[in-house]
Write a protein that binds this ligand. Structure first.
Ligand code: FAD
Ligand code: NAD
Length: 396
């Protein structure tokens, strides 16, 4: 009987694994099944834009069956509920059970809330197409509501908790969208407040200080107020309470304070740190040689710094490629390949036409960085679906 490969999650890791496997394996060499919550793949790295309303959410969706070859890969639209690594099976929420010989887990991240009271209940998150639609609609609703309750200035306040890359990219987009919204709702822009609140002594902790300063200057000019070294302690229906005791009232609270691995992994009995499995050199879960874990569910250590690599799409994509090669080797009886990330750089957008980052060892700013960001986005589209997908989805 052919070996059964089940891939959970059609994110950067899962899609790269599936599209590489469909090229590497011959017909009928294995039975490959890709399971995903939706029938589309979404570009997580673009989600700060539809969240702010500067890009249509539909632009970030790619129909899975337009990219995978359904003659070679079975696609199951379904939600994984749990994994039983001993029985080698996955349970879906609709009651289906899928059995596997090899499993690939690419289920992405859950928000890390650090047990902060009220965050789960009252803060929105940039996680999926539907979550960012909600953020956009919520901000618009708050602006509309302010028109009928003009004494409630707090409806025009947006708090973004966490000034990591997600928070920074999101406030950059908000800076562009707010003038447009004020125009639409006939609101004085000086009444709108955008707070970027960060616990660490700097925004983008660990990143190049000169680039951080550049980003903060641009964002302040776009109307963002930074509160640095100021952890959020509590979130409630009216706003947030900071560790300093200060209370800020806001109509919209978006939490970008960090991520952990998808809870399914931990709940299925895999040993995890912040929900992520410390995988072996070949991307396998310790003690489970037939389970590969990718992307935001996996933890890999940077040997130079002895710290975990941050979870990124860049790494998830590369893991997908290695995982497909390793699965092919397992099926054909070849050698497994060690995974070594090749970090090409980090570029963050700061809104329309503005970005900053490091490519190789070179710092880039402004329009050059903004073009580079689009080149990076386009490279992924090309790797995933060739010229056809690039022409259909490219932002250039
Ligand atoms: P994901 O791409 O998140 O995909 C997970 C998939 O699993 C999704 O399709 C989801 O629907 C599906 N899924 C989840 N649960 C279930 C379930 N129970 N059953 C079935 N399917 C399920 N990284 C970079 O390298 N560069 C960037 O510029 C960058 N920008 C970012 C911007 C933003 C706004 C954000 C939020 C993140 C950004 N990142 C960036 C990080 C990057 O997006 C993630 O590291 C990357 O998406 C992880 O890929 P993944 O394959 O692990 O999971
Ligand atoms: P993150 O963990 O990188 O940043 C979260 C930030 O929230 C940190 O700066 C942290 O100090 C802060 N924080 C935590 N608790 C807080 C509190 N109580 N109050 C205030 N601030 C608090 O998370 P992220 O920004 O969502 O990024 C997730 C991953 O995605 C990272 O690996 C990141 O590198 C990657 N990413 C990359 C890009 C890019 O390359 N352009 C863009 C977005 C995300």
């Amino acid at each position: 009987m052919n070996k059964r490969i089940v891939i959970l999650g059609a994110g950067y890791g899962g899609m790269m694994t599936a599209t590489r496997l469909q090229k590497m394996l011959n017909y009928n060499e294995a039975e490959v099944t890709l399971v995903n919550k939706h029938d589309y793949h979404y570009l997580t790295t673009w989600l700060h834009e539809p969240a702010a309303g500067t890009l249509d959410a539909e632009r970030c969706q790619i129909e899975i069956e337009s990219v995978i070859d359904t003659n070679r890969i079975n696609f199951v639209k379904g939600t994984a509920e749990s994994i039983d690594p001993n029985a080698k099976s996955v349970k879906l929420t609709d009651g289906q059970t899928l059995e596997y010989d090899y499993l690939v887990v690419g289920l992405g991240a859950d928000p890390e809330t650090f047990g902060i009271q009220g965050l789960k209940e009252y803060a929105l998150g940039i996680r999926s197409i539907n979550s960012v639609r909600l953020i956009k609609e919520h901000i618009e609703y708050m602006f509309a509501k302010y028109r009928s309750e003009p004494d409630k200035l707090e409806y025009l306040t947006i708090i973004v908790g966490g000034a990591g890359f997600t928070g920074i990219e999101f406030v950059g987009e908000l800076g562009d969208r707010i003038p447009e919204l004020c125009n639409q709702f006939d609101i004085d822009p000086s009444l709108v407040k955008i707070y970027s609140i960060e616990a660490a002594p700097t925004a983008l902790p660990g990143f190049d200080p000169e680039l951080v300063e550049y980003a903060m200057n641009i964002l302040e000019r776009k109307g963002v107020t930074f509160k640095i070294n100021t952890p959020i302690k509590e979130c409630n229906p009216d706003g947030v309470i900071l560790a300093t005791g200060e209370e800020i009232k806001a109509g919209t609270i978006v939490w970008t304070g960090g991520v952990r691995g998808n809870a399914i992994v931990e709940n299925s009995g895999f040993e995890t740190m912040r929900g992520r499995v410390k995988v072996d050199d070949f991307l396998r879960a310790p003690g489970h040689d037939n389970v590969f874990i990718l992307g935001d569910c996996a933890l890999i250590i940077n040997e130079e710094t002895n710290r975990p690599y941050p979870p990124t799409a860049q790494i998830a994509m590369q893991q997908g490629q290695t995982c497909a090669e390793n699965l092919t080797s397992l099926i054909r009886g070849g050698e497994l390949k060690k995974f070594t990330p090749e970090i090409k750089g980090t570029v963050a957008s700061l809104g329309k036409g503005e970005a900053m980052g490091i490519v190789g060892s070179k710092k880039i700013y402004g329009s050059t960085a903004s073009v580079m960001k689009k080149v990076i986005d386009n490279r992924y589209l090309y790797l995933l679906g060739g010229m056809g997908l690039l022409l259909k989805k490219s932002k250039l």
